[in-house]
Design a protein around this ligand. Structure first.
Ligand code: NAD
Ligand code: USQ
Length: 382
C-alpha cells in the first residue's frame, strides 16, 4: 500500500514509518521539521541523541534494504500538499503532523493562535487535497482522548446514543477538552466529519491516549534509529517524564493530588494501531472514530510504578506534590471504551515492570543529556 506518514520525524511518526516500511508498504515521510525548531525555541532536547531525518532514513536503508522517501513540506502550504497528493496518490494518508503539546498551546495568545493555525489549517489542506486529487485516499488522523474531557459517564468511541424528549439519535460524543491544543483536535474532528459527509471522504479519527515508551522492534535494530524521547515540562508526557526524573534522582512531579486518570498506550501499540486502521479503511463517506489506548491509570499510579522500578535499580526517588499548573478535575469518574481496535486484532503491550526497566535504563545511560532546568513546569493555565 502507498502510505504517507505526515509528521514522520516525530515521536509517533518515526517508529510508525519504520514499522510500515518493514511490513512492505511503500512509505513516504512528510515533515517540515518544526518539532526540531521548537526544541531550539524552548532550549529543550530529546534524551536520546536522534539523527537528522535524512540520516535516519539512510540508516534504515542500510539496515533493512528498504527505501523510505522523504518530502520536507509544511501541511499549511497548500501548493506543497497538493503536489504531494498529485505525485504520490497515496492510498492512506497518516496524519501525525501537528503541534501536540497542551502546555505549548497555553504559553500565551500567540502560541494558542499558532497552534490553531498549524493544526486546523494543515488538516483542512489535507482534506481539500484528498477531495481534489486523491478522493479514494483513506485519511488516518491522530486525534486525542483528551477531546472528550472527563465526563461523569462512560466515554464511547466517537458517538453517543441519545434519547431526548421521546426521540432518539446517534450524535457525536460531547467534547470538553482541557487545553487550546486539545481544542484544535476537536475542531479537526468536526472538519473531517463534515468533509466526509459532503465530499464522501473516507476517514478514521484515532483518539489516542497518552503515549509512553521509546523503542519498537524496528528502532532497536540499530542505535542510530533510536526514537526521540521528550522529558521537558512542555513536550514530555507524564510517564516518560517520570522515568527521566527517576534516572536523574529528581522527585517525580505528580501535579496536584495525582488522581487525574487518563488512557495510556505503549508506542509499540501506536504503530500497530496505525497499521490496523490502514489495512481496514473506512467506507466511502464514513467518519470513523476509534479510541486508541490500552490501559487507564491515574498519574499517581504511574509515578508509583516508576518509583518501584527505580528503587529496584538503586535510584530512590520520592513522589513530589507539585502545584498543578493546569486546571483539571481530580477524583473524577473515568471509564472509556476501546474495543474497536482490539476487535480488529490489536494485542496490547501492557505496562510491565520489565518494560519500564528497559526504558529507565536507556534514560540512565543518557543522563548527561538531561537539562534539569527543563523538568519543573513553567507554563500555567491561568
Ligand atoms: P511530535 O511533535 O513528536 O511529532 C509531530 C511531527 O509533525 C514533528 O516531526 C513535526 O515536525 C511535524 N509537524 C508539525 N506540524 C507540521 C506541519 N504543519 N507540516 C509538516 N509537519 C509538521 O508529536 P508526536 O508525539 O509524534 O504526536 C504525533 C501526533 O499524535 C500528533 O498529532 C499528536 O497530537 C498525536 N498524539 C500524540 C500523543 C502522545 O502522547 N505523543 C497522544 C495522543 C495523540
Ligand atoms: N502530569 C503530571 N505531572 C507531569 C506531567 C503531567 O501530573 O509532570 C499530569 C497532567 O496534569 C495530566 C496528565 O499527567 O493530568 C497527562 O499529562 P501529559 O502531559 O502526559 O499529557 P497531555 O498534556 O494530556 O498530552 C499528551 C500529548 C498530547 C496527547 C495527549 C493524549 O502531549 O499530544 O494528545 O497526551 S490525551 O491526554 O489522552 O488527550
Amino acid at each position: 500500500m502507498k502510505i504517507v506518514v505526515a509528521g514522520g520525524d516525530g515521536f509517533c511518526g518515526w517508529p510508525t514509518a519504520l514499522y510500515l516500511s518493514q511490513k512492505g508498504h511503500d512509505v513516504t515521510i512528510v515533515d517540515n521539521l518544526v518539532r526540531r525548531e521548537i526544541d531550539e525555541e524552548l532550549g529543550s532536547n530529546s534524551v536520546t541523541p536522534i539523527l537528522e531525518l535524512e540520516e535516519r532514513v539512510a540508516v534504515w536503508k542500510e539496515v533493512s534494504g528498504k527505501d523510505i522517501a522523504v518530502k520536507i513540506a509544511d501541511l499549511t502550504d497548500y501548493d506543497a500538499v497538493s503536489a504531494i497528493f498529485q505525485e504520490i496518490q497515496p492510498e492512506s494518508f497518516v496524519h501525525f503532523a501537528e503541534h501536540r503539546s497542551a502546555p505549548y498551546s497555553m504559553i500565551d495568545r500567540e502560541h494558542a493562535i499558532e497552534n490553531h493555525r498549524n493544526n486546523v489549517e494543515g488538516t483542512l489542506n489535507v482534506l481539500w487535497a484528498i477531495k481534489d486529487f486523491a478522493p479514494d485516499c483513506h485519511l488516518v488522523k491522530l486525534g486525542t482522548m483528551g477531546e472528550y474531557g472527563q465526563p461523569n459517564i462512560d466515554i464511547e468511541e466517537g458517538w453517543l446514543e441519545v434519547e431526548h424528549k421521546g426521540r432518539k439519535d446517534r450524535l457525536p460524543y460531547p467534547k470538553q477538552p482541557g487545553s487550546f491544543y486539545h481544542l484544535t483536535k476537536v475542531h479537526d474532528s468536526d472538519n473531517i466529519m463534515f468533509a466526509c459527509k459532503i465530499w464522501g471522504i473516507r476517514a478514521t479519527d484515532l483518539n489516542q491516549g497518552v503515549v509512553y515508551g521509546l523503542e519498537t522492534d524496528e528502532t532497536r535494530r540499530d542505535p542510530r534509529l533510536v526514537n526521540r524521547f521528550d522529558y521537558d515540562a512542555v513536550f514530555g508526557t507524564a510517564l516518560n517524564r517520570f522515568i527521566v526524573q527517576a534516572a536523574i534522582g529528581h522527585d517525580l512531579t505528580v501535579y496536584g493530588n495525582g488522581s487525574q486518570t487518563r488512557g495510556y498506550l505503549d508506542i509499540q501499540d501506536t504503530v500497530r494501531c496505525i497499521e490496523i486502521a490502514c489495512e481496514n479503511p473506512a467506507d466511502v463517506g464514513e467518519f470513523r472514530v476509534y479510541n486508541q489506548f490500552t490501559e487507564q491509570f491515574s498519574v499517581k499510579e504511574l509515578a508509583e510504578k516508576v518509583q518501584k522500578v527505580a528503587r529496584d535499580l538503586g535510584n530512590d526517588v520520592e513522589l513530589a506534590t507539585t502545584e498543578n499548573p493546569r486546571v483539571e478535575k481530580y477524583d473524577h469518574y473515568y471509564n472509556a471504551v476501546n474495543t474497536n481496535l482490539l476487535d480488529l486484532g490489536l494485542q496490547p503491550h501492557l505496562l510491565t515492570e520489565e518494560h519500564l526497566t528497559e526504558v529507565l535504563k536507556v534514560a540512565m545511560n543518557n543522563t548527561d543529556r538531561v537539562k534539569r532546568e527543563l523538568v519543573l513546569p513553567t507554563v500555567t493555565w491561568k
